[in-house]
Design a protein around this ligand. Structure first.
Ligand code: EPZ
Length: 429
């Protein structure tokens, strides 16, 4: 049993570096198998989701050599299987990117249908709509999707929903289809742009990533390349919120400030000072915070992956704030856990009304999912007393060295593996 033990009330002060973006690394690792030459990926985040996906591509025959913690060499020339096993999909939903990659390279793939998760039903109808438009035959075999075609042909595809995964998955397959593909109403997240840039570095011809319309001219083959993953805007945003909640002063290096604009704007709105350099941001939160409204939107709007962390900060702000979750249907599971720490939050439908309190008190809480877990840690860092966060395996899926980086900023926080270790932490005073 691994848990975080946190003694709160210490303002976070200091400097940290951000790792590569998990949500860029996952599609890029999948796309890397589309070349029969060696692809070197740098600035890869060392997080569980990435390591699970690397194991999944090895299971179908790709060679994966870890040069160092953040650099891996992938070669897809010896891939034997086109069937992704259920175990992989159960562990990581983003295995669905292998559908687009295998279709693009071999015109066939079988992938388990990803289940829902704590934040919503997470359907893949838009992915399948795109593949069908490219001429792929999709057989829904209960828990599995079997996809095949003789040769994909470019198409003009209108997405019904702005979907990061579907945009990237279709882009991957279309990059090897015959002719031109246009994806309308495309997602514009930085990790969509990073995936497009990676595909182009292997020889794809993709234009317009980062806008609503992506234009792709298919090519017959991909060569190898070396590519550096973009910094993780959500990891950076999480530490920005931790600085705000603890009234700290934190400099966050290795970021692209433009990617953080919506997050920085909200922090300034509630009374934080946010300074920016070429590749760093600094958050100073000495004054009492005040309330605001937040609505999650596709990029460049306020990211849904920052919604729980923002709510954890707003629970400490003067006045009543409102947070509207417009992307997923049930991303407020963390509210009950924050209430155990004294938060005053009421959820009606997809809106949370947050009445500011003077401070959290420590409690034992459990992480419902990755970003909710990070929000509970933020609350624990600000709380009076000791907070125990359970189910931290969710957090380890997407945050590299989370407790180490927070300790570097002055947090009194440990990973405890037993009650004895927990008692020692509590006695440590
Ligand atoms: C990606 O998920 C991210 N995951 C999520 O981050 C992130 O919350 C989400 O994009 C939105 O930014 C990865 O990149 C691995 P979507 P994805 O398709 O692609 C609906 C995290 O914490 N939809 O953009 O699965 C869907 O239900 C994770 O790092 C369909 O209806 O999200 C949702 O309401 C959590 N049909 C909306 O679109 C589809 O075929 C946006 O989902 C696909 C999606």
């Amino acid at each position: 049993m691994e848990k975080y033990a946190i003694r709160g009330g210490i303002p976070l002060v200091g400097e940290i570096d951000i790792a590569g973006a998990k949500n860029a690394a996952l599609p890029i690792i999948s796309a890397a198998i589309m070349s029969n030459e060696t692809v070197t990926l740098e600035n890869l985040p060392d997080v569980n989701d990435v390591n699970v996906l690397l194991e999944a591509i090895q299971r179908i025959g790709a060679s994966v050599n870890r040069v160092d913690r953040h650099t891996v060499r992938i070669n897809g020339s010896q891939i034997k299987g086109y069937d992704i096993d259920y175990e992989s999909m159960k562990k990581i939903r983003a295995s669905y990117y292998l559908l687009g990659a295998l279709l693009g390279k071999y015109n066939k793939a079988t992938v388990p249908k990803p289940g829902g998760c704590a934040i919503g039903s997470r359907p893949i109808d838009q992915h399948l709509k795109g593949f069908k438009a490219l001429g792929v035959n999709i057989e829904d075999q209960g828990g599995f999707v079997r996809a095949s075609c003789r040769q994909m042909e470019g198409a003009h595809i209108f997405m019904d929903v702005v979907s990061v995964g579907a945009t990237i998955n279709i882009m991957m397959a279309a990059a090897r289809a015959e002719g031109r593909t246009i994806i309308e109403n495309a997602a514009k997240e930085p990790h969509v742009v990073d995936a497009a840039n990676f595909l182009n570095s292997m020889g794809a011809r993709i234009k317009g990533a980062g806008t609503d319309v992506i234009r792709i001219s298919g090519v017959p083959d991909f060569h190898g390349c070396t590519y550096t993953i973009v910094p993780d805007m959500i990891e950076a945003g999480t530490y920005m919120m931790a600085a705000a909640a603890t009234k700290g002063d934190v400099v966050i290096h290795n970021v692209i400030p433009r990617h953080l604009d919506a997050i920085s704007a909200k922090l300034r709105e509630i009374g934080c000072e946010v300074k920016e350099g070429d590749d760093w941001v600094r958050v100073v939160a000495t004054r009492r915070l005040h309330s605001t409204q937040v609505k999650t939107l596709p990029y460049p709007g306020f990211p849904t992956d920052m919604q729980p962390q923002m709510a954890a900060v707003l629970a400490l702000a003067d006045g009543t704030s409102f947070v509207r979750e417009s992307i997923f249907e049930s991303r407020f599971k963390y509210v009950d856990e924050l209430a155990r720490m004294g938060a005053d939050i009421k959820v009606e439908g997809n809106v949370a009304a947050i009445v500011g309190i003077s401070g959290y008190h420590g409690a034992e809480v459990s992480s419902p999912d990755l970003r909710a877990g990070a929000a509970l840690v933020i609350a624990g860092l600000a709380a009076d007393g000791i907070t125990i966060v359970d189910d931290i395996e969710y957090i380890l899926r997407g945050y590299e060295d989370f407790d180490e980086k927070l300790r570097l900023l002055g947090a009194a926080m440990e990973v405890v593996h037993s009650d004895a270790e927990l008692h020692r932490f509590e006695a440590w005073g």
